[in-house]
Design a binder for this molecule. Structure first.
Ligand SMILES: [Zn+2]
Length: 177
């Protein structure tokens, strides 16, 4: 096995009921796995493309994404969980954006035709797998026209557009006292 998974942890995962201290193992596995995903993200962002070619390939992702994440070993006996659907939507949306850009760059004359076709697919996905928006709902005031409106915002991307005058502005989130 790899560096993340020790022989001991692997044995635990294969037979968790044999272990009395299950929650300790699970907590450790959760922490290691999230750290590993963050490491893989950092590596993908910084490694030269010709090196990424040896890691982030279709072949390497197929068992993880297609078999383990989307399909799951216990399927089709069990219904797919919402988590799997949410990931399916994420992968589909990101993939569609990339495919659309590729076609656009090669067929600049057909941009609106291609966009229409892709948007139809997006609508089908969005209506079948609605997204659960966990961002907080806040009331913002446009600094230009003073229009007040509600919006789900991500404090990590503090820029929004006024729905009335379309003025784009940066906001600060104040905690209500
Ligand atoms: Zn405004």
């Amino acid at each position: 096995m790899g560096y993340l998974l020790t022989k001991k942890t692997k044995r635990f995962l294969e037979n968790p009921d044999k272990y009395p201290n299950k929650s300790i193992y699970y907590k450790r596995i959760e922490a290691y796995s999230i750290a590993a995903l963050q490491d893989l993200t950092f590596i993908a962002e910084h490694l030269p493309e010709d090196r990424c070619d040896r890691i982030y390939t279709r072949e390497n992702f197929d068992p993880l994404v297609c078999s383990a994440i989307l399909l799951g070993k216990d399927l089709p006996q069990n219904p797919r969980t919402e988590r799997r659907y949410q990931l399916a939507r994420l992968f589909a949306e990101c993939g569609l954006n990339v495919c659309q850009e590729k076609i656009h760059s090669r067929n600049p004359d057909a941009v609106s035709l291609v966009a229409g076709a892709f948007n139809e697919v997006r609508q089908v996905i969005w209506s079948s797998i609605p997204i659960e928006d966990k961002r907080p709902l806040v009331t913002l005031e446009c600094p230009k026209c003073k229009h007040s409106f509600e919006r789900r915002i991500d404090p990590r991307a503090p820029i929004t557009r006024c729905p009335k005058c379309t003025h784009k502005f940066k906001f600060t989130v104040e905690t209500e006292s």
